[in-house]
Design a protein around this ligand. Structure first.
Ligand code: DX5
Ligand code: ZN
Length: 215
């Protein structure tokens, strides 16, 4: 069974308490943090983590779509994130930043944009708890999955299995009922879905359906 990390980016933020309650049967709460520089959008600050910490028992993974993440890692860790995911394209000091995430007491994830090669993982895989493969260009929910990235999931699965690492594969963006089985069958461990869940008339049922999807 895959783990599910619903993104609340496209939820009804004016009623966040009820929206978070709808995904209580998921495994993680995926928080899309955007700084308006790394991506053309601006979203949730560290204080928002401490706010949602009070309304859910789900562990929070902070997806930092930000430049210079070194300044934000301690803040999102301190406010209660259980996993922090930085982008491979956001720094030339990835090994140091992964150590910094671990020093903050969080699981460490590295996200790759659709065009970024798996090569950057060669010397990092043993230190990573998770690799997040973006299936859309980051910045917005509700976009179409980029099909060219699917083979990348399979290659990463092979890379991790060959290396014998415990690192999980997560995918993010564009997941819908037409492509979910294909994506899961490619060797994914964790799925991020935002629009699929929150556009459903019954989000709670959509969470269970996606978690138990038979491939
Ligand atoms: C996009 C974010 C995704 C997004 C979810 O930059 O990283 O997590 O909110 O995408 P959809 O809504 O397509 O599931
Ligand atoms: Zn995300």
């Amino acid at each position: 069974m895959i783990e599910l990390a619903p993104s609340i980016l496209n939820s009804d933020l004016a009623n966040i308490k009820q929206e978070v309650a709808k995904i209580s049967k998921a495994d993680w709460l995926h928080l899309d943090v955007m700084d308006g520089h790394f991506v053309p959008n601006l979203t949730f600050g560290p204080m928002f983590v401490s706010a949602i910490r009070t309304i859910t028992s789900l562990p929070i993974e902070a997806h930092l779509m930000v430049d210079n993440p070194e300044f934000l890692i301690p803040l999102y860790g301190k406010e209660g994130s259980s996993r922090i995911i930085i982008h491979a394209e956001a720094s030339c000091h990835l090994h140091r930043l992964i150590q910094q995430i671990k020093e903050a007491g969080c699981q460490a994830g590295l996200a790759l944009n659709p065009a970024t090669s798996l090569d950057c993982l060669e010397y990092l895989l043993p230190d990573l708890d998770l690799v997040l493969l973006m299936l859309v260009n980051p910045g917005f929910g509700g976009q179409k999955l980029i099909p060219e990235v699917i083979p990348k999931i399979k290659r990463l699965r092979k890379m991790i299995d060959t290396a014998g690492c415990a690192c999980k594969i997560e995918v993010d963006g564009g997941i819908n009922w037409e492509n979910a089985a294909l994506v899961i069958d490619s060797g994914v461990d964790v799925i991020v879905a935002g629009t699929l869940i929150y556009s459903d008339p019954h989000p709670e049922a959509a969470v269970m359906r996606l978690k138990n999807l038979k491939i």
